[in-house]
Design a protein around this ligand. Structure first.
Ligand SMILES: C[S@@+](CC[C@H](N)C(=O)[O-])C[C@H]1O[C@@H](n2cnc3c(N)ncnc32)[C@H](O)[C@@H]1O
Length: 231
């Protein structure tokens, strides 16, 4: 159900993001990119149109490799189109790959760091396979490998929380639906963000999937956060 949904919104995805976050999405991805990347192989999981991938690429040294993975051909096509416009991308130490996060085409104990921006919710929200997704990430990471996600969160302050829920449940479906012509997709986005589990529960899921050193860092009044764990 999610794959066709993302394929439908691919064309307007970037502009909707910019509009709905007032441009803050850029800053939030940067915060994720800045978090320590261990070692030589980094994966941008569910990379979509590649904005986190290109951020990570800026600081990638010549001996390291970066993989952007997504299951939507349409989203990846947009990332590839951006690649030719991006000056940094004369680099040949990165690639985009079509794959489902449920079955990563990677050996076990192989990846140093897996990062994910604004897709983590899709893997976990009301998803009976949530723990299986986390276990698949865990399987591919090297011992002490890092998993770093930037995602919506649940603000603690009740005024911020009230505004956040109103924004998710009323503004996002309306504005996103209008800009993209795909109202159900933005209704899903708003609902999943408004009802996403609190950080404590997400970190408990990490632990159930075998992760250690779990932590959470709120950004922008806790509307967004960095969820982090080690294998
Ligand atoms: C909200 S977009 C986020 C894209 C990008 N990471 C960003 O920061 O803008 C979610 C992306 O996750 C991808 N996705 C969702 N579930 C997936 C799965 N099971 N396997 C691979 N990609 C998935 C979708 O195709 C889509 O490109």
């Amino acid at each position: 159900m999610l794959k066709p949904m993302f394929s439908t919104v691919a064309e307007t995805y970037d502009i909707c993001n910019k509009f709905l976050t007032l441009g803050l999405d850029k800053r939030w991805r940067k915060a994720c990119a800045k978090q320590s990347s261990n070692g030589h192989l980094t994966v941008d999981l569910c990379c979509g149109t590649g904005d986190l991938t290109f951020n990570l690429l800026k600081n990638l040294d010549q001996n390291s490799f970066l993989l952007g993975i997504d299951f939507s051909k349409e989203m990846l096509s947009r990332a590839i189109a951006k690649k030719s416009k991006n000056k940094l991308v004369s680099k040949d130490n990165f690639a985009f790959v079509i794959a489902d996060a449920a079955h990563l085409p990677l050996k076990g104990n192989y990846v140093d760091t897996i990062k994910i921006s604004f897709s983590f919710r899709n893997l976990l929200y009301k998803n009976p396979k949530a723990i299986a997704y986390l276990k698949e990430v865990n399987r591919t990471l090297k011992p002490d490998g890092k998993f770093i996600c930037v995602e919506t969160s649940q603000p603690k302050n009740r005024f911020v929380k009230r505004f956040f829920r109103f924004y998710c449940l009323s503004i996002i479906p309306f504005v996103g639906g209008w800009l993209s012509g795909a109202k159900p997709a933005y209704k899903y986005l708003g609902n999943s963000a408004a009802n996403f589990p609190v950080p404590f529960d997400i970190l408990a899921m990490f632990k159930r999937a075998g992760f250690t050193d779990t932590s959470f860092k709120p950004l922008s009044f806790g509307v967004i956060g960095l969820y982090m764990a080690s294998k």
